[in-house]
Design a protein around this ligand. Structure first.
Ligand code: FRU
Length: 489
């Protein structure tokens, strides 16, 4: 074939591809659902999670629109159904009566001329209102622009865009990075925080106020990097917790520092006090990471009956996603309840997780060197002598998925080690309880130390079920439960 013919074929292929991508961007919800139904059958089930929300097919990243509406919790997520890598963003959707049992609902938002980037949901009268970032591809540098859109639902299933979109057309400094609105109600007003950056590339969070969710007044910059806190602050959240205010966000571009900031991007929080008359957020405790595992990003919280819950993307940018080969990628963490103790947010698995316990597979002494095999899910409560080393090896019964959970009393650190130097670790001084609570799913581990003052969330990929070995130089006390499935297969 001549070079010219090759070029022609390449150009034609490009046109066909971009046409189909374009048609897909304008697909209806019904067309997306038909595609999902058809494609679901081709998914390889080996790493599919049993009690974590994951996309039915395709790619997922951030949780969005975490809310409680007409008796059910709702969680949406950044979703690309057509491939297991990131693509034009839709909003996937699941709902739950109890934050543990989730059912999949039809895709809530599909991209048209704009993609549907992250955002939040609030209940306004009888309506579930979404506020999200419309991400638009443009012809000139920087080739994208971001504005804020509203969408409405009266049944929590079908959504329609507001005709007057965008409701927030530009950041005060004109930055094209202007995304991830998190809305809440306080007194007579709605407030929103939005992630953005300064013109010299320092991450910041903007605060606005509105009386109707449509007309917004810019109030202030409530947080901004002074230089070493990254170039962009994504997915901000702002809420009261035990009398303080928390600015929770996901900065991009913080440099690693010893044990800290080892993931591609971070998620963490600043504790302070906030005054709704002056809009002043006085920072009292510097940025701290929320979770110390390999895969935790883009958190979102919601509150009900005085409780504050958080969920995060159980994943990370720019790392391998082994389940990609199976037709899906990404998941959400289990829900954690937050409280503030001193200078630190503690995260506890939501209480209803207990309802997933099935048979007790082990209850009592687990000798040094002892091994136990179980299926793809488990909750393990571990008690040991913290004066002495603890070392638990988890791995696939048929190989893969090796992860060591360790306690090193000499440095007082908990260590999650996926082998080959892929380590996350942090100091732990137990508040009260000295036990560990470990949640294992088919391709994930979440380790809660003590009251939840130190938590690690990491994806791991065992073949077959799980095998647990006590490699500690001590007898441990272990309770192990099998956990039920609580999400669609
Ligand atoms: C965070 C993020 C958001 C954005 C979305 C796009 O992971 O980059 O800032 O809205 O993902 O999918």
């Amino acid at each position: 074939m001549t070079v010219i013919r090759l070029l022609t074929v390449f150009c034609l292929l490009t046109i066909v591809n971009s046409e189909s991508a374009n048609q897909r961007q304008h697909a209806t919800v019904a067309e997306v659902e038909e595609y999902i139904e058809k494609t679901k059958q081709n998914i390889n089930p080996r790493y599919r999670l049993h009690y974590h929300v994951a996309p039915p097919v395709g790619w997922m990243n951030d949780p969005n629109g975490f809310s409680y509406y007409k008796g059910e919790y709702h969680i949406f997520y950044q979703f690309y159904p057509y491939d297991s890598v990131w693509g034009p963003m839709h909003w996937g959707h699941s709902s739950s009566p109890d934050l543990v049992n989730w059912k999949t609902l039809p895709t809530a938002l599909v991209p048209g001329d704009v993609q549907c980037f992250s955002g939040s949901a609030v209940v306004d009268g009888d309506t579930l209102t979404l506020m999200y970032t419309a991400h638009e591809i443009t012809d000139s540098e920087p080739y994208y622009n971001e504005t804020q859109f509203l969408a409405y639902s009266d049944d929590g299933i079908n959504f329609r865009n507001y005709e007057g979109n965008p409701v927030l057309p530009a950041a005060p400094n004109g930055s094209p990075d202007f995304r991830d609105p998190k809305v809440w109600r306080h007194g007579d007003f709605w407030y929103v925080v939005i992630g953005s950056k300064t013109s010299d590339e320092r991450g910041r969070v903007l605060l606005y106020r509105s009386s109707d969710l449509k007309d917004w007044d810019f109030l202030t910059v409530i947080g901004e990097s002074t230089g070493d806190m990254g170039y962009m602050w994504e997915c901000p959240d702002f809420f009261e917790l035990n009398g303080k205010h928390i600015l929770l966000m996901s900065p991009q571009g913080i440099n690693p520092e010893g044990d800290r900031y080892k993931n591609t991007y971070q998620t963490g929080y600043i504790i302070g006090t906030f005054n709704y008359d002056t809009y002043e957020f006085v920072q009292e405790v510097q940025f701290q990471e929320m979770d110390y595992g390999h895969d935790f990003y883009a958190t979102q919280t919601t509150d009900l009956d005085g409780k504050r819950y958080v969920i995060a993307w159980f994943g990370m940018w720019e790392v391998p996603h082994p389940e990609e080969a199976d037709g899906w990628a990404g998941a959400l963490t289990l829900i954690r309840e937050l409280s503030l103790v001193g200078d630190r947010i503690i995260m506890k698995p939501v209480e209803s997780m207990i309802s997933l316990r099935e048979e007790k597979l082990l209850d009592g002494e687990f000798q040094a060197g002892e091994v136990i095999n179980f299926e793809k899910t488990g909750e393990i409560i571990v008690e040991g002598d913290l004066e002495n080393k603890i070392e638990l090896l988890l791995e696939g019964r048929e190989g893969g998925g090796k992860v060591w959970l360790k306690w090193d009393p000499d440095v007082e650190k908990v260590i999650v080690d996926r082998g080959s130097g892929d380590i996350r670790q942090v100091e732990w001084s137990p508040l009260d309880s000295k036990s560990w609570r470990i949640f294992l799913d088919a391709s994930s581990i979440e380790l809660f130390c003590g009251e939840g003052e130190v938590v690690f969330s990491s994806r791991v990929f065992p073949e077959g079920g799980w095998k647990l070995t006590n490699q500690s130089p001590q007898i441990l006390n272990i309770t192990l439960y099998k956990l039920k499935r609580s999400v669609p297969a």
